[in-house]
Design a protein around this ligand. Structure first.
Ligand code: NAI
Length: 463
């Protein structure tokens, strides 16, 4: 077989997107994947979790909000097997869609486990045996996998990672979540809405990692109102399983406490998935944190071998991975692709959703900016009122000297869609004045963004 122009390893949001873009640019591309197309995101990550989050939010609304709007639905109950098959149907449709795109773009899909033999040869092992594939260039996009916690070893039944928590066969009465980051908050919300008593044990003093502290605290309050509880500044030291229950021991404030639960979700971060690729043997270097080290244009230490997405570290987000893949193959083709790391949106799909782009107020100050802050609550937004979704606020952090927007954080039921405006504003280096002067349709939730921009200079109209 003649050498492919590009061999992509891994068909997640980095790999399959990079393969499609490369094909568009005229390259003859092979895409190697050992599992289903779509990677973690489509199969066991972003997509199935959103199917469960959206469905359980509707369940929550039907139970708690419909009657006050005059909608009578009688007894509302949940049919877990149907919910799970709905989730799987969504996954099937989307991964099937990736398969069609791969075909449409005439990409050669090779099923199997890839290992690099050199900068131009990849060995692929599948059930039927081994084959070698020759490549002019290789793009590694093998993603990430959950970080393990020695004190809480995943057994797939009582103690699970995110994959297990997407498919519990019954609703746990008590669920303990280790780590109140994106995965823990999202999957904890799903099971809380379905009736589980959810407790978080989080190492930090705040939830939602590096999110703006003030807004993360508002989210915590909201989740507490929904029945979730948080042990912050706490570290799990041991777990034991007996009679189908898990006893979790954790240390907090110098004291040791224990709690008995039905299931434990370990969601303490993800790490690059690069074992078995043969990277060191061919000279690809790793960072101190175990990610693939890349230099300009996503080249590894070996000429002709590139890497993008979760396996190179940084924010482990599907859209960051896809954009890196596009930029990387565009550079290979001599087109000027780039990724603006200062304007990557980040969303936690809780209710309300926490969406941000750019810097938090704390980060902006740490970077030495003199900051101006504008905030606007959704209680004062007409559309939010008519939707009965008034929880949350928009916070804009702008540079005190230049007025350039440094970061935007939005807490609201629809924050995931609203943040796109802020991301585009930041991509174009907007000032808060630019957002304030842009006409926003009325009545829309986006008016809250305009009002927050006006509030940067103390001139919000409705608050
Ligand atoms: P994370 O890094 O977001 O949060 C992990 C949390 O666990 C942190 O708050 C950390 O302090 C805590 N932690 C670590 N060790 C601990 C310990 N021993 N005891 C108690 N707490 C401990 O990681 P997460 O939630 O597992 O997500 C993994 C990756 O996937 C992240 O990079 C995240 O951005 C990404 N992701 C993104 C989503 C989205 O964009 N909506 C959804 C889900 C995941």
């Amino acid at each position: 077989m003649a050498a492919f122009d590009l061999v992509v390893i891994g068909a997640g949001p980095a790999g399959y997107v990079g393969a499609i873009r490369a094909a568009q640019l005229g390259m003859n591309v092979a895409l190697i994947e050992r599992e289903a197309l779509g990677g973690t995101c489509l199969n066991i990550g972003c997509i199935p979790s959103k199917a469960l989050l959206d469905a359980t939010h509707e369940y929550y609304l039907a139970k708690n909000k419909f009657s006050s709007r005059g909608i009578k639905v009688g007894d509302v109950s949940i049919d877990l097997p149907t919910l799970m098959s709905f989730k799987q149907k969504v996954v099937r449709q989307l991964t099937g869609g990736v398969g069609s795109l791969v075909k449409k773009n005439k990409i050669t899909h090779i099923k199997g486990n890839a290992r690099l033999l050199s900068a131009s040869t990849v060995e692929v092992t599948a059930e039927g045996g081994k084959q070698t594939v020759e490549a002019k260039r290789i793009l590694i996009a093998t993603g990430s996998k959950p970080v393990e916690l020695p004190a809480a070893k995943v057994d797939g039944k009582h103690i699970v990672d995110s994959t297990g928590a997407l498919s519990f066969d019954s609703i746990p009465k008590k669920l303990l979540v280790i780590g109140a980051g994106a995965i823990g908050l999202e999957l904890g919300s799903v099971w809380s809405r379905l009736g589980s008593e959810v407790t978080y044990v989080e190492f930090l003093q705040n939830i939602a990692g590096a999110a703006d502290a003030e807004i993360a605290a508002l989210l915590q309050k909201s989740l507490e109102k929904q029945g979730m509880s948080f042990r912050l500044g706490a570290k799990v030291t041991a777990t034991s399983i007996k009679g189908g229950k898990v006893t979790v021991t954790y240390e907090t404030g110098g004291k040791s406490e224990s709690v008995e639960v039905d299931r434990v979700l370990v969601s303490v971060g993800r790490k690059p998935a690069i074992e078995g690729l043969g990277l060191e043997q061919i000279g690809v270097k790793l960072t101190a944190r175990g990610a693939i080290e890349v230099r300009e244009h996503y080249q590894t230490a070996v000429d002709g071998v590139y890497a993008v997405g979760d396996c190179i570290g940084g924010a482990m987000l599907a859209h960051k991975a896809s954009d890196e893949a596009i930029a990387c193959v565009e550079r290979m083709a001599g087109v000027g692709g780039h990724v603006n790391y200062d304007a990557i949106p980040n969303i936690i799909y809780t209710a309300p959703e926490l969406a941000s782009v750019g810097l938090s107020e704390e980060q902006a100050k740490q970077k030495g900016h003199e900051v101006k802050v504008g905030k606007f609550p959704f209680t004062a937004n007409g559309r939010a009122k008519s939707m009965d979704e008034v929880e949350g606020t928009v916070k804009i952090v702008a540079d005190g000297r230049t007025d350039r927007v440094l970061g935007v954080t939005i807490l609201h039921a629809r924050a995931s869609e609203l943040i796109a405006e802020a991301a585009i504003a930041m991509e174009y280096s907007a000032s808060s004045e630019d957002i304030a002067r842009s006409v926003h349709a009325h009545p829309t939730l986006s008016e809250a963004l305009k009002e927050a921009a006006l509030a940067v200079d103390g001139r919000a109209i409705h608050f």
